[in-house]
Design a protein around this ligand. Structure first.
Ligand code: CA
Length: 210
């Protein structure tokens, strides 16, 4: 089934969204992504356990022995860098006090029931930090579809990031709309974000249109 990706440039241009704006507004459901602005964090000790093993596998979690991670974090997925950063709204963060600095992928505890044919609408804000350099970065949200035995039945949207974001463009609102494919035994979708280089992520919204 054909997937649609809409994204909004920093200048405020809306690409391809105009025809669907009214329908989206009329059917918006609750945000399924808890802690969308990464404001709620918890301390984790990096000297042992899952996070220590992640460091040993090359994930950069910072130089401290104890770091803050989002409370809704679930697991790393080919992640090179994962840090909660604090700063000024509109600059280092999109809103609130925190944003997530990430290079690679992670799964969030945003897991919800789905049925074939339903539409998942995702909004989020991305900024390419100056330290990333001059190259554009690709980002993308996808959803894993675990079967009854936990083995993945497939992904909604490509696992590799598809949406291009440019350095110097400030905070970009990305909108992805995707359709749950007609596979047997599908009942759950699990949120995954990925990028091809370091980006700042904030204000994630995931909605299901029935
Ligand atoms: Ca925030």
């Amino acid at each position: 089934m054909k997937m649609k990706i809409y994204y909004v440039l920093g200048a405020g241009l809306v690409l391809g969204l105009m025809a669907t704006t009214g329908r989206l507004a009329a059917q918006d459901g609750d945000n399924l992504f808890a802690n969308p602005g990464f404001e709620d964090t918890k301390e984790v000790d990096l000297t042992s356990g899952y996070f220590n093993s992640a460091i040993n596998q090359g994930v950069n979690l910072g130089d401290e022995m104890v770091v803050q991670i989002p409370v809704n974090f679930d697991q790393f997925s080919a992640t090179k860098l994962f840090k909660v950063v604090s700063g000024k709204p509109g600059e280092d963060v999109h809103s609130g006090n925190n944003a997530l600095l990430i290079d690679g992928g992670f799964y969030d505890r945003c897991t919800f029931p789905v049925q074939p044919g339903e539409i998942i609408e995702v909004h989020y804000f991305i900024k390419v930090p100056d330290s990333t350099g001059d190259s554009s970065v690709k980002v993308g949200v996808s959803f894993n579809l675990p079967g009854p035995d936990g083995v993945s039945l497939g992904m909604i949207e490509a696992k590799e990031p598809q949406v291009q974001v440019f350095p110097g463009s400030g905070w970009n609102e990305i909108i992805q709309e995707m359709v749950v494919p007609p596979l047997e035994n599908i009942n759950t979708a699990v949120f995954r974000f990925a990028s091809t280089a370091p980006v700042l992520l904030d204000d994630v919204v995931v909605r299901l249109q029935h």
